[in-house]
Design a protein around this ligand. Sequence first.
Ligand SMILES: [Zn+2]
Length: 256
Amino acid sequence: MAVIDLHCHLDLYDDPIAIAQEAAKRQVYVLSVTTTPSAFAGTARLAPPGSRIRTALGLHPELAVARERELPQFERHLPHTAYVGEVGLDGSKPHRSTLDRQAGIFMDILMLSARAGGRVLSIHSRDARKLLLDLLEVEPMAGTPILHWFSGTESEIQRAADMGCWFSVGPAMLATARGRAVAAAMPQDRILPETDGPFGMNRGRALFPWDAALVNPTLSSLWCEEERAVERQLISNLRTLTEVANKYVPQGLVTD
Ligand SMILES: [Zn+2]
């Protein structure tokens, strides 16, 4: 069975090389997101040749203001990947005071992505969902957003889906009743699994990319479908997304 982890921080595990090699050995489809442009090249090198690991170019909202000077690096790397992430907005208490500046930097990223012909974007939206959707609406040519660990209301999910957004959901999100209710409201043909490892946890330990399949039994009960049907749906979703990505950058990183 193919395992898909559409949002994982491979470079932030204690032993990134071992985790990347194990993920490659298990043939996991991984979108390996980064938090700064300066981490992109080294993180891309973690993916063994021929693996199903693809590396996204990111500037995490919690670091965006401190690392704004890396935007020129972002621009330089952008032609080499079809994937942007982790990017977005964080309006939680420690970061609320920089939300305006985060929004400016996020708009720069959307504009650069649009100018490059579009990208698949893995997006963080903690406590800033409305503003985030507003900004995505301003730059619809930025590409195909995947809202990661999105905890919106039903009407926000509807709005995001109408704008063409996808969603990635992980075991940690689906461990709560609220997370399950949110996931149940998402369109089944726009959902992909994620771990957000090593930040995403399960029973007190960091999730590994191959743990992403832990979402399958939960999706199976939410959708009232057999697990095999869920697996087929998720693989079909990945195929669709990969076709989109390959249009942005030919052979430009997720699956073969
Ligand atoms: Zn993350």
